[in-house]
Design a protein around this ligand. Structure first.
Ligand SMILES: Cc1cc2nc3c(=O)[nH]c(=O)nc-3n(C[C@H](O)[C@H](O)[C@H](O)COP(=O)(O)OP(=O)(O)OC[C@H]3O[C@@H](n4cnc5c(N)ncnc54)[C@H](O)[C@@H]3O)c2cc1C
Length: 385
């Protein structure tokens, strides 16, 4: 067995690991190990400005590709402009920010196991470290019930300016199929645009060819012409309906700090995980010198508190997937986007107040009350992994 050493080794080189490295280096030397040679490729990670605070925005800034002052949503018969800002990172902007920081290195290899003293690679190489962090990404677990938000996106060059000045985070004026269907548009410059066909579906299957055809139809319907497809991205994100966080954390080794989707850190209804990854990176920066056990404890405590606070969003996920029939889901979203803007901002940030929650749930229900009541309880039987 060959042996190497590192100061901090992170198993996984995706979003959560890369943000942790960006936050920690150069104060700490960080080795990111991913089985893929380019783990950031094919991703755009967006967030709402209110999702992170000013200090977090400051250290994230070098990785941001583009920011906008507002965002639109479109439903049949109405468009609403929200003033809250929006921003995104992508593989190039995050990769370039990391390349500028001394002390971050990447290794392409499959990690076979991880423990408090380091990682063992599939080829038997042992990498010992002061701190080893698990950021392997999402894996199904018996303690969480999920459905899918799935999408295929194409970054396009158009033949003429598209005329958009802000992202359209939901254009739900399109025909509904396979659950709730909408288009998501990020205008990078006058003619460069990310167009994503997105679904909140019961099933995770997605035909890439059908989505490409759907994007072509949508683009034509807007009066635009495609000059070229620059790149594509595809995703199936977990949306959480039920989560027994205590059972989940009982299955995670107590001395292995765990972050990102591996730690089930994502917004239960939107699937966004960037704000959680930013928070995880801050916690690592605060506690890593105290050793693996103390850091793992801090991350676990934060995750358990967050899971409790996020129960409301899991209820909304159940309403959307279990109380609303697939063709009723757009009505649920349409009604939500009639609510006051500060409430919507707090919702995205996972910081809804009691009054917000009451406001979201009261009024003319968008789904039949009997079906809504059936999905109130979150308890479910967790079968051991
Ligand atoms: C295309 C796409 C777009 C998204 N857009 C957004 C968005 O706009 N905003 C947002 O907040 N969220 C978004 N998400 C959701 C979520 O933020 C991402 O999935 C995010 O990348 C999760 O970060 P992570 O680090 O936990 O996992 P990942 O980024 O998935 O990283 C995990 C890494 O671990 C590696 N790995 C797994 N097992 C091993 C092993 N045994 N050995 C070595 N390496 C291993 C994988 O190759 C992978 O690169 C998007 C997801 C996708 C797929």
């Amino acid at each position: 067995m060959t042996e190497q050493t590192a100061q901090i080794v992170i198993a996984g080189g995706g979003l959560a690991a890369s943000l942790a490295a960006l936050r920690l280096a150069p104060a700490a030397r960080v080795l990111l190990i991913d089985q893929r040679a380019d783990p950031l490729a094919g991703h755009t990670w967006s967030f709402h400005s209110g999702d992170i605070d000013a200090a977090q925005r400051a250290w994230l800034a070098p990785a941001i590709r583009r920011a906008w002052d507002g965002q639109d949503v479109r439903f049949p018969g109405r468009t609403r402009t929200l003033r809250s800002g929006y921003a995104c990172l992508d593989a190039d902007s995050l990769g370039a920010a990391l390349a500028d920081v001394p002390g971050v290195t990447r290794l392409t290899a499959r990690v076979a196991s991880i423990d408090a003293g380091g990682v063992t690679l599939a080829d038997g190489t042992r990498i010992g470290a002061e701190l080893a962090i698990d950021a392997h990404g999402f894996a199904p677990h018996p303690a969480i019930q999920v459905r899918s938000q799935k999408f295929l996106g194409q970054e396009l060059r158009l033949t003429a300016p598209h005329g958009l000045t802000r992202p359209v985070i939901m254009d739900a004026t399109v025909p509904q199929m396979d659950g709730y269907r909408f288009f998501y548009l990020l205008p990078f410059d006058d003619t460069r645009l990310l167009v994503e066909a997105t679904y909140y579906s019961d099933g995770a299957a997605l035909s890439a060819d059908d989505q490409r055809a759907g994007i072509a139809d949508y683009v034509a319907s807007q009066g635009w012409q495609i000059a070229g497809v620059i790149r594509e991205e595809i995703g199936v994100l977990p949306i959480a309906l039920r989560f027994d966080a205590d059972a989940f954390w009982r299955s995670v080794p107590r001395d292995v700090p765990t972050i990102g989707l591996r730690a089930m850190r994502f917004h239960p209804l939107t699937g966004y995980s960037l704000p959680h990854a930013v928070r995880g990176a801050d916690l690592i920066a605060r506690h890593w010198r105290q050793g693996p056990l103390a850091l793992a404890r801090a991350l676990r405590r934060d995750s358990l508190a967050d899971a409790k606070a996020q129960g409301f969003y899991r209820l909304l996920s159940r309403m959307l997937f279990e109380a609303a029939a697939p063709d009723e889901r757009r009505r649920v979203m349409d009604r939500f986007y009639l609510l006051p803007e500060p409430l919507i901002e707090r919702f995205y940030a996972g910081q809804s107040t009691l009054a917000d929650k009451a406001r979201i749930l009261t009024g003319r229900p968008p789904v039949p009350v009997r079906r809504a009541l059936r999905c109130l309880p979150e308890s479910f039987k967790v079968n051991p992994a």
